[in-house]
Design a protein around this ligand. Structure first.
Ligand code: ADP
Ligand code: MG
Length: 286
């Protein structure tokens, strides 16, 4: 099924609800968005995440770094409800969501992206955006209802268009996603996440596999949106996110071994040690 592109109404500016959402000023009052207490995940005998405590306040940008296999993605999988924890508790704006299905977490405002880009290659950029938004409506509507009911789809279209503009893909709205470069696919994935009006955005290695130029473009988008978003970003190469994050957490072998301001964390002997052995220290110290 083909979903029509945005109408001129939405491309002629004016503050859409999405844009005004992004133009909010940071609140002085820092409220806690997410808290994980004693969160663990065992895979048979392997402890991938080991009694982790984590929290993030509204409008904070937190980076999670750590060597490959240290449990970063598994931690995101627990937060986003991809699978249940072996132990521990997760609260989102004070409500216990430990056992909430992942789609309901999205509807509550917790949105994530994946380490490997996950978009529908057989659809256009615009269709990818709209279908994701339809899917996570509080009151789900079918694609047909969306097409036949302008009242239903106006705010969806506006949000999708604003997100598409934010990630610089508006000129590619009708292009088949399979035709996009990996960098643009990554941008689309971030655009889809932004179109869902996240209260918390979890990005799993959004810079991996990208060229230096693409990395700079993704970082530019994240710098622009971060002041009005609560953001957790996993990154393997520390140097890339040092200027983006307010706080860094370091994972090693399933444990959070250190957290604090980026420069404090990077000078921690324990952090240097867990990277030294793996020959990765140069990636952030240079
Ligand atoms: P990172 O994202 O830090 O590279 P992961 O969270 O992907 O690390 O993996 C942490 C450990 O958990 C690894 O040893 C990995 O093999 C294991 N692991 C991850 N997901 C699964 C799974 N679904 N089943 C079994 N083991 C897993
Ligand atoms: Mg990972």
């Amino acid at each position: 099924m083909k979903i029509p592109p945005p109408t001129p109404l939405f491309s002629k500016g004016g503050l859409g609800e999405f844009e005004s959402y992004f133009l909010r000023y940071k609140s002085d009052q820092m409220s806690e968005v997410l808290k994980a207490e004693g969160l663990s995940k065992h895979f048979g005998g392997l402890i991938a995440v080991n009694q982790v405590n984590f929290h993030i306040n509204q409008y904070e940008t937190v980076g999670i770094i750590g060597p490959n296999g240290s449990g970063k993605t598994t931690f995101f999988n627990l937060l986003s409800g991809l699978f249940p924890p072996t132990a521990g508790r997760i609260t989102f704006f004070g409500s216990d969501i430990t056992h909430l299905p992942s789609n309901q977490r999205v509807m509550k405002g917790m949105v994530r992206t994946f380490q490997l880009v996950s978009v529908f290659n057989s659809m256009s950029v615009w269709e990818n955006l709209v279908l994701s938004s339809i899917r996570f409506q509080k009151e789900p509507i079918s694609e047909w209802k969306f097409l036949l009911s302008p009242a239903n789809n106006e705010s969806i279209r506006r949000r999708c268009y604003e997100a598409m503009k934010l990630v610089g893909l508006e000129s590619k709205a009708l292009i088949l996603t399979s035709e996009l470069s990996y960098g643009f696919k990554r941008m689309l994935e971030i655009g889809i996440a932004l179109s869902l009006n996240p209260k918390l955005l979890l990005l799993d290695e959004p810079l991996s596999g990208l060229s230096d130029m693409e990395i700079a473009e993704v970082l530019d988008v994240l710098q622009r949106v971060k002041k009005n978003l609560t953001l957790v970003i996993i990154e393997h190469k520390l140097s890339k996110i040092v200027n983006l994050v307010d706080r860094l957490c370091v994972m090693n072998e399933g444990n959070f071994i250190c957290e604090g301001k980026p420069d404090q964390v990077l000078s921690e002997p324990a952090v240097r040690e867990c990277y030294w052995g793996k020959g990765e220290i140069d990636q952030w110290s240079s």
